[in-house]
Design a protein around this ligand. Sequence first.
Ligand code: PEP
Ligand code: MG
Length: 555
Amino acid sequence: MAKAYVFRHSEIYISYETVEDHDAALQAFEAAYRKTHSDIDAIDAGSEDEKAILAVYKAMLEDPDYLLLIRSNIKDKGYNAAWAVEAATDKYVSLLERVNDDFFKERIADLRDISGRIISEISAEERRDITVPYPAVLVADYLLPSEIISMDLSCVKGLCLDKGGVTSHVAILARSLGIPSVFALGDLSADVSDGDLIALDGKAGTVAVNPDRKMKAMYRKKLDKQIRAEASLENGAGEPAVTADGFEVSLMGNIEGPEGIESLIKAGADGIGLFRTEFLMMLPEYADKEKRTAVYRETVERMSPYGPVTFRTYDIGGDKVPKEMKIEEENPILGWRAVRLCMEMKDLFRDQLISILKASAGYKDVRLMFPMVSGSEELKSVIAFLDEVKDECRKKGIEFAEDIKIGTMIEIPSAAITADVIAKYVDFMSIGTNDLIQYTIAVDRSNEKISYLYRPLHPAVLRLLWHVAESAHKNGIPVSMCGEMAGYPDYLPILIGMGIDELSMASSSIMEARRRIRKLSRSSCASFVNHVLSLPDAQEIERALKEFNSKHGKA
Ligand code: PEP
Ligand code: MG
């Protein structure tokens, strides 16, 4: 429970401060102007009406007096670029308002549209940093992974976003940072003001704005209950995660950077099942590859007493693009990303592989894992590249663990379906359910509008999981799961029943997973999975699982 601090990207941001550097402001305007002009030129007008409208837009955009006024607002008055455009537009609007002619009055909206485009181009370049100035629940329209990773979170007590899904990268980051969050809240950020009191329950997904006394008491009670439950879980931190009939599961952690290590050790994690290395690439302090090498090494040094450390090579692209890398694609989630990008940006990839290899020197259980592999052909080519890099290291005398384990994520349906082939080339496979579900059901994991379709228990997903687990075991290799599905304890009977050997999750989920696993029996989970695989749809499977959980150890 804390006060709200509201941040909306969608509002065009104009500061009313003059600037010293007139040339820089002029350049910002000219660049935004050129971009707007070329965007308008690129519009393919179909009908005669559309053509006429575009002709008016162009005439306005090229009006020499309008442009003169904007430039003089910058040069003579010292206005910043966005302010200069707004002030010139206001002047024109007030002139048009005075004209007694409907045609001219109707042009006001067109002029606002054009100036809005120029101003948003300018403010896109001057994107505000998000700074939460007092201890608050940050209420925003959305957040980008690059924003959450680079902001100062010391005052962020909770997060409420209008958009986003529970397996979006922002949700994953918030979870691993231990920030209670609720997403997909419609237009909340437009309805809340700075200073409103917000109570939120990230587990239940509920938010109350300016709760009354009764409601506040209810949230406090929930919080007390949670604190007590967490304290009792800590008592079990030293116990192994083993079912009543002796099936032991490794409970590992997912991290995005070194700050995640401490809480994994506290939770009693059996290693790191997923280090999302691309997130460090978004932080300017890790721009230097030597710094990244040092972090990898430090991670291995600190975590290897507890278990393996799994480095996933850069999953750059999609929604995770470092600022200085401009990737513009129609469909980035299906586009140039992860190993597809790394195999073209070979210097970047080589540097990372060398960093990981160096981090492995002298350690037994360092693992290297490739993301977004679509099939054995692609996998073989990345392994061949790794072999070249290993050779290079040997020649240069760079030490590394010769027996470093090589694995691949299974997060694309084509990889899952051919897991029996893929398993022959790797030491382990790790299922990334976040993407696997997204691609199998064709449901964007970050889009709250269709989140009702995002069903981990869809029979198509379960059949894929089953096939991957069986393929791994037939080939004598372990299978892990590092997508968010692994961290939801209600799914454990299915995962244990399929024989998933390792589960990797946010540190906050580990203790509860351990407690629940100790109450389950592998054999009853296995028969349950047999039954579930015969059910026709997600709804029936969800119902069956609920029943199973209430009978077997949910308490
Ligand atoms: C996944 O897709 O399940 C996964 C673990 O990778 P990420 O969430 O980083 O895409
Ligand atoms: Mg993924």
